[in-house]
Design a protein around this ligand. Sequence first.
Ligand SMILES: [Zn+2]
Length: 281
Amino acid sequence: MELLSYRKKSKFGKERKISTESVKIMQQKTFPNTFNSFDTKKGRILITPHGPDPVFYGIRGENIDSLLYATKILKSDEKLDGYMIFKSNQGTGDHLKNELNFENMLPYASGNITGIVSNTPKIVKGGHIFFTINSNNHEFWCAVYKPTGITTVASNLIKGDKICVGGGVRKASKNFPRIINLESIEIITLEKNLSTTNPFCKKCEKKMKSKGKNQGFQCIRCGQKAISKTTNEISRKIKKQMYIPKASAHRHLTRPLQRVGLINKSIKFDKSLSWFCVYRN
Ligand SMILES: [Zn+2]
């Protein structure tokens, strides 16, 4: 769930001022009952949106008490209008539950798709990774951006890996076809990473030389022969698991005011819970 605190109308569009220290302390005191509030590595506040929307901050958490406690720790001079707690999809990846396919892969759509990695991931300037997957005989481009922190996972993918990726579809640009901006990579099966090298002469501890195409190999020191190359398995650096971006790259999904009624229908909030409050100030 998420607690959204709302600004007074006069403050809409104005800079949000909140004590960084208080956000840090709030996270220390309430984590893991609240989450994704503060990026300790970068010292960045993750609860405040940056746009002109009426939300002052949004705290993601597990229960109402922890969310309310969190609001008491936060320090700001701005007088707020009130708060509302939503049963939200924060941290659940709900927006990626829709299954994407060739037909519904339209710009701005989001969801997940399972496929086989079909090319070797390329790293581009800035550290972003691009690769393709094949799903039901259609090829889809995937992009993993550096700030997500999962580019290392993407760069270690090889052709043949079966993965389920989640993300949003970006429309085609001049330089790129339609592409999925990845927000999650789940590795379903890993292909064996095999490399072949010239055979090794155990006696001389030297690599044999090729005698020409389809002619086999021979040790130049002792004359030992071998017919074919040696296959080595290179250990994979990624595991069969779900990889998601680090907290600082999470998209801040704020719940627009106009959806309040719609959401309330699906909430089973008890009347005794203080999920809604308008401040009297
Ligand atoms: Zn030899």
